[in-house]
Every structure is written in structure tokens, then in C-alpha cells.
Design a protein around this ligand. Structure first.
Ligand SMILES: Nc1ncnc2c1ncn2[C@@H]1O[C@H](COP(=O)(O)O)[C@@H](OP(=O)(O)O)[C@H]1O
Ligand SMILES: [Mg+2]
Length: 289
């Protein structure tokens, strides 16, 4: 470990709050759309990205850490990050479509990964004035603030264990027919649409929901969508895997996370994964997508 993890956590928490303030300010004043389409980019993403990178690099340097960010990875030589043991994985604005549509459901994700797995994570939800954080083996917490005083409380997933009683959250804006069919046939009948992966994981660790499903289509979520939310969820006692139960790996050559991802409170994770696999097989057999 190049530095003490608790020292790094304090730096990342402060940067998470700072980035949240940039997004909130843009949402309440003005922002413009720099790139439209399936993966929109706004001036707010770019400002928050610059702020996060500048501050992390000022505090921690570029010697011991690589940086993989949604807004800069395309212009970055792959050798700058691949095979580096310590990599910051950053999504300065997750839930960009919700940000643009002003649903209030967007988040900042900052994760530190070691050998492709997250060891430290921040998910900030600016509109709720909450910041979730976790370190590997150290539990997950939600931080709130009153004036200049910060309060931290541990968060834990629910203990509900009947599939029919579980509340499931899923994307509002990334859904195709195949995914909609899977959701319609899934045993969890209380289904809610929530913007941003961080927001969905926050709902689960606050016990407002129990399950989240993501399924790639023509495109897939990326490392920065999942790395920070994953650690917060697992440190709160949940499970976050591919449909076949295998763990996610980050900072690979392809940063897309293809296939199905199931996130749950852990109570009937394997049964829900099996159900998703068998439902998808039947859907694919009945209708070639
Ligand atoms: N099928 C898919 N293809 C590409 N990106 C996806 C995706 N599903 C989710 N995502 C990404 O995951 C994040 C959360 O999406 P959602 O709010 O719909 O759940 C978004 O990140 P960004 O907002 O950072 O682009 C979105 O781009
Ligand atoms: Mg994202």
C-alpha cells in the first residue's frame, strides 16, 4: 500500500463532497450538453472530473496511482493504467441522463482498485446531501452534515429473504426489450426505476430496496459505473456479481462490463441469479433479439 488507507479515505471523502457541490451548483444554476446521444456529456461532468483528478493527483501524485476516469479514458494511452496495481476509477457524474432531465437521481463515484478489485469507495448523492463510503473489510457508512459538522453511520442491507417480497431497482433510461421482458417475468414484483448506479446501491444499503439488475445490450455499463457502488454494497453485507455468480474485474483492457449483473442483499442471491439465467434463456429462445 503506497499510503495509509484511512488517510486516503479522508482525502477521497473531501473530494467527493467537493465534486457533489460542483454538480449541485450546476444543476441549480446552469449547464450545457457538450455531447448528446446514448452517453451524453455535460459541462458539469467535465468540471467535476477536472476537480476530482486535479485534487486526487495533487494529494497523491501519479507515481503510485493510475487514473481511469469516464471523461478521460479515451484520450489516455492504455499502458498508463493497464497492469498498474493501484488505479483510481472515477465517474464524476453517474446518471447523466437523469441529471439532464432533472430527476435529482445522479451520483459521484470514486473508487480505488488494487489488482482490479475495489478497496476504497465513495458514492456521493448531491441532492440528498449524503456521501456513502467504504473500505475493504472496514464496513460501509453514510456521511451526512449539519452546518460544518459531519456525522457517519454504518449502513446494512435488509434481511428480507422471500423473492416475492423483495423490492427491485433498475435503470430508468437504459432498457431494451430483452431487459424489459426479464423484469416483467422476474419474481420480485415491487419494481422501481432509479437513476444512477450509485443511487440504486444507496437505496439498497438504506433498505428502501433489496435487489438491482443490470443487463447490457448493444452497449454495456463501464468500470466507473460499478467499481465504487460495488464495494459500498458488499461492505454493507450484500452481493454484487455476474449472473453466473462470478466477481467483476476492473481495469482490464475492455472497460465494458458485458452481460447480466445481479446485486442483492445476499439472502437469496444464488437463487435469483439462477432465475435470471433461466428466464433469459427462455426469452432468447422465444425471440431472437
Ligand atoms: N446498457 C448500458 N450501456 C451503456 N451504459 C450503461 C448501460 N446501462 C447503464 N449504463 C451506464 O450506467 C450508468 C447508470 O445508468 P442508469 O442511471 O440508467 O442506471 C450511466 O452512466 P453515465 O450516466 O455515467 O453515463 C449509464 O451510461
Ligand atoms: Mg456512469
Amino acid at each position: 500500500m503506497p499510503r495509509d488507507l484511512q488517510e486516503i479515505l479522508a482525502i477521497a471523502q473531501s473530494i467527493g463532497w467537493g465534486a457533489a457541490a460542483i454538480l449541485l451548483d450546476a444543476q441549480q444554476t446552469s449547464f450545457s450538453i457538450e455531447q448528446a446521444g446514448e452517453s451524453p456529456v455535460t459541462t458539469a461532468d467535465l468540471a467535476a472530473n477536472q476537480y476530482i483528478l486535479d485534487n486526487l493527483q495533487a494529494a497523491l501524485g501519479v507515481q503510485d496511482f493510475a487514473y481511469l476516469s469516464e471523461e478521460t479514458f479515451k484520450s489516455q494511452p492504455i499502458a498508463d493504467r493497464l497492469d498498474r496495481p493501484w488505479v483510481w476509477i472515477i465517474d464524476p457524474l453517474d446518471g447523466t441522463k437523469d441529471f439532464i432531465n432533472r430527476t435529482g437521481e445522479y451520483a459521484v463515484h470514486i473508487a480505488l482498485a488494487h489488482q482490479g478489485r475495489p478497496v476504497l469507495a465513495i458514492v456521493a448523492c448531491p441532492e440528498k446531501d449524503k456521501l456513502y463510503y467504504a473500505t475493504l473489510g472496514g464496513g460501509a457508512f453514510v456521511e451526512t452534515r449539519e452546518s460544518e459538522t459531519f456525522h457517519s453511520q454504518p449502513v446494512k442491507v435488509s434481511t428480507k429473504n422471500q423473492p416475492e417480497e423483495l423490492t427491485i431497482v433498475a435503470s430508468r433510461s437504459h432498457r431494451d426489450d430483452r431487459f424489459n421482458q426479464l423484469m416483467q417475468q422476474f419474481p420480485c414484483k415491487d419494481q422501481r426505476q432509479v437513476g444512477s448506479v450509485g443511487g440504486k446501491i444507496a437505496a439498497i444499503v438504506e433498505q428502501q430496496a433489496d435487489v438491482y439488475i443490470s443487463l447490457s445490450g448493444k452497449s454495456a455499463p463501464k468500470d466507473w459505473d460499478f467499481a465504487a457502488p460495488e464495494l459500498i454494497l458488499t461492505e454493507a453485507g450484500g452481493k454484487f456479481t455476474h449472473f453466473d455468480g462470478s466477481p467483476l474485474h476492473y481495469n482490464q483492457e475492455d472497460v465494458s462490463q458485458w452481460g447480466g449483473i445481479l446485486v442483492s442483499n445476499g439472502q437469496c442471491h444464488e437463487a435469483l441469479c439462477d432465475r435470471a439465467v433461466s428466464l433469459l434463456a427462455a426469452i432468447d429462445q422465444s425471440q431472437p433479439f
